[in-house]
Design a protein around this ligand. Structure first.
Ligand code: MN
Length: 222
């Protein structure tokens, strides 16, 4: 693993170039989803996408733009802001990263392609014994996280192994030197319109729409 590559330093947001494109007044713009708003249904509804992607993510982008304007962060990428800013600007930029990171690694449900491939599959077997055991442990992390935050599959570059971790609020594993491969937003806004208080059902639905090719692409970038 090449830990000196920019990818290792910033994590592997596949859509980084697009996400960091600037519009008017040097601002970040909400980028189109890589699928239609109803493409993840019934696992994630069109209505949830409209609010989660169209309103929550858009709001984080808008706040990042406002808070970076006229500061030392003005010309930084989302990744750089996330790694260097504190307080409200960190929270908003990290939420932009965290949301794009999740949405780019989802896809419409496919019966035949919903398991990890190659390098990811091998590393999961090595660390967790089986895909089912990995799913059980990731699910446990997502379901038991108290309050708002994320469950993540990460690479620990020091030990060159996979780890499942929980983060609270907007926190991102890169802040603790771990490289994210897959995440799941468990803030209530991510699932309340679809399954109300049933977070476990939301996590179960998530497994139907993970884009394992995207996860593999991230892992191979390291
Ligand atoms: Mn969210």
């Amino acid at each position: 693993m090449n830990t000196t590559s920019p990818h290792a330093a910033y994590g592997v947001l596949l859509s980084s170039n697009t996400v960091n494109a600037r519009g008017e007044n040097n601002t970040f713009q909400l980028q189109p989803l890589p699928y239609t708003q109803d493409a993840l249904a019934p696992y994630i509804s069109e209505r949830t996408i409209q609010f989660h992607y169209g309103k929550h993510l858009a709001g984080y982008i808008e706040n990042t733009n406002k808070q970076k304007a006229g500061t030392e962060f003005e010309n930084m990428t989302i990744e750089e802001i996330m790694l260097h800013a504190d307080g409200g600007l960190f929270n908003n930029a990290a939420q932009v990263y965290n949301h794009y990171f999740q949405f780019e690694a989802l896809q419409p449900h496919r019966e035949k392609e919903d398991t990890p491939c190659e390098k990811t599959a091998e590393a999961i077997r090595k660390e967790f014994g089986s895909f089912d055991e990995f799913k059980a442990r990731f699910t446990q992390a997502a379901v038991t996280l108290f309050g708002s935050g994320y469950a993540w599959l990460t690479v620990n570059p020091q030990e060159n192994k996979l780890e499942i971790i929980q983060t609270h609020n907007a926190e991102n594993p890169l802040k603790e030197g771990k490289i994210p491969l897959l995440n799941l937003d468990v803030w209530e806004h991510a699932y309340y319109l679809d399954v109300q208080n049933l977070r476990a059902k939301y996590v179960e639905n998530f497994w139907k729409i993970v884009n394992w090719k995207a996860v593999e692409q991230r892992y191979k970038c390291l």
